[in-house]
Design a protein around this ligand. Structure first.
Ligand SMILES: *Cc1c(COP(=O)(O)O)cnc(C)c1O
Length: 360
């Protein structure tokens, strides 16, 4: 067996320790004679798995009691519709556009009401986070929406927008559990777990209790109404059991390795290795303004498409996988999520130095 360094933006690398544990439990989960994949979601054993996962996540993120944790399906993309359907009482909301994912959420919200662009960084191909200190938020807006870490462009909010008292809704898919967050600053946080937490198929939503009501837009599907899942403790229908089980193991791994404060330190140290090199390199350069740099997704280019392609090919041959940038932006992108070991980044930088010398 040999594992590559996997820089995929998602589905992405998971902690080896978690995968090994899951492999050990594959045929017989803790003496019950079956895999977690094969058991009823109404069984006692699974009940313990999902309850423990929630309790561990609450501990990790210090989630207050007046927030519900939901394990959902449909991807982060389903929440693009769920957010307006559950929250648009006045049928009006403000969106900050920082890339593809916020644009998609914005387009989806327009189906249900008036979605207003509050700020955008489209003028410079989303290479920075716009000033969000004084946005044109009006009193009739139901919420303000952000994509907190922009997976494709590699930007991250360093300060949250001043929402002028309005609810903040955040798509945290690609920065979830990468550092501590103050949950009380948000009305809703949600994340597709396949970026930083687990296998595709699970979305975690953390929602302030008073926002979970029957007062949703007319025509909201039962499954999209948050109250349906909240009332049933995420077991209204068959949940993505195996995915939740893996997420639970990742939560335990994060707790065991020092929690989110420690994780943030590691992530800063890890990202710095790559950014420092990009800042001094004569061949490679980062595409994001320094103040907006993500700790999770690091896009870079040589400025020459042929050289980019050569780099990606040679990197792959050397065991560095999935370094190709998103199809809409080109170049390279190294996603260095929680489970990417620091040696992976050190070795990548060594390889980039060698490539630079050979192609000077
Ligand atoms: C990947 C991603 C999505 C889309 O997730 P799906 O689960 O495929 O719907 C949405 N938002 C962000 C920030 C992402 O990184």
């Amino acid at each position: 067996m040999s594992r590559v360094y996997n820089f995929s933006a998602g589905p992405a690398v998971l902690p080896e320790e978690v995968l090994k544990e899951a492999a050990d439990e594959m045929l017989d989960y803790k003496g019950c004679g079956m895999s977690v994949m094969e058991m009823s979601h109404r069984s006692k054993v699974f009940d313990q798995i999902i309850k423990e996962a929630e309790a561990d996540l609450r501990e990790l993120m210090n989630i207050p009691d007046n927030y519900k944790v939901l394990f959902l399906q449909g991807g982060a993309s389903m929440q693009f519709a769920a957010v307006p359907m559950n929250l648009m009482k006045n049928r009006k909301a403000g969106y900050i556009l920082t890339g593809q994912w916020s644009k998609k959420a914005f387009a989806e919200a327009k189906i249900y009401g008036e979605a207003v662009e509050l700020a955008s960084s489209a003028d410079k191909t989303f290479s920075y986070i716009p000033d969000v200190s004084d946005l044109p938020i009006t009193d009739d807006m139901d919420y303000v929406y952000i994509c907190e870490n922009n997976t494709i462009y590699g930007t991250k909010y360093k300060t949250l927008p001043d929402t002028k008292g309005k609810l903040l809704v955040a798509d945290q898919s690609s920065c979830f559990l990468s550092e501590p967050v103050d949950v009380t600053k948000y009305g809703v946080i949600y994340a597709g777990v396949q970026k930083n937490v687990g296998p595709a198929g699970v979305v975690i939503a953390i929602i302030r209790e008073d926002l979970i009501t029957d007062d949703v837009l007319e025509g909201t599907p039962t499954m999209v109404k948050w109250k349906t899942q909240a009332d049933a403790d995420s077991l209204y229908n068959t949940p993505p059991c195996y995915g939740i089980y893996i997420c639970g193991k990742v939560f335990k791994w994060l707790l065991k390795t020092g929690g989110l404060e420690k994780r943030k330190e590691i992530n800063i140290e890890k990202a710095k290795i790559l950014y420092d090199f990009l800042d001094e390199s004569k061949l490679f350069k980062g595409t994001v303004e320094k103040e907006s740099r993500s700790l999770m997704n690091v896009p870079f280019v040589t400025g020459n498409d042929e050289l980019d392609a050569k780099f990606i090919k040679e990197a792959k041959a050397a065991g560095f996988e999935n370094l190709k940038g998103h199809r809409t932006v080109g170049g390279m992108r190294a996603s260095i999520y929680n489970a990417m070991p620091i040696e992976g980044v050190k070795k990548l930088v060594e390889f980039m130095k060698k490539f630079e010398a050979e192609n000077a």
